[in-house]
Ligand binder design. Sequence first.
Ligand SMILES: N[C@@H](CCC(=O)N[C@@H](CS)C(=O)NCC(=O)O)C(=O)O
Length: 211
Amino acid sequence: MLTIWGGATSRTIRPHWMAHELGLDYEPKLIGSRTGETQTDEFRALNPKEKIPVMVDGDLVLTESAAIVTYLGDTYGPDTGLVPKPYTRERALYNQWSSFVQMELDAHTLYVIRKHRDLANLYGEAPAAIDTAIEGFNKQVGVALAALRERDHLVGDRFTAADIMMTSVLSWAVAYGIDIDPRLAEYNAAHTSRPAFRTAAKLNFSISPGA
Ligand SMILES: N[C@@H](CCC(=O)N[C@@H](CS)C(=O)NCC(=O)O)C(=O)O
């Protein structure tokens, strides 16, 4: 049985959305971050990082949202095109966009805002870090904007999990009050209107975020 742990965040929506794109029968375990639910012995045994999302498929345990969506596509939808086939140019571009989202639009920017604004009680106030994170996000997202001016998807001419990754951070930025270019808003609206997103979002956001 496939299980996906975690809910309520922009990282956890990624595997739930992918599972719904693939029409997978799986068990969602909707635990939240910083609720104490990632610190149980059962959960720590799966992920000593104490972070969500986590996927369990038989005896395989995977952490890291991008790795999980890629595994799901490779394993359960190799002919769907949701994850381009290995050893192709499309896969190289898919990897590039996926890494770009994780590093430039998530870890180095939006997550810095989260740490020093929403979670300032844990990580400290750092207004200058927030300002440079917003600046950095706006600069880096411009690269995605340039790529999406003339097309609807990041890789080739079809929807892939790279678009799941990108949409998750654009929605996150909007939720943080960052203005995104109308073209990116249009791209985001197109992808968040997909039935798989709607069902996954309803599930993912059915629990409240942790503190
Ligand atoms: N790079 C990881 C980030 C995972 C992550 O930081 N998850 C957050 C929720 S969005 C979490 O579990 N935080 C709990 C904590 O830091 O204690 C991924 O993309 O899966």
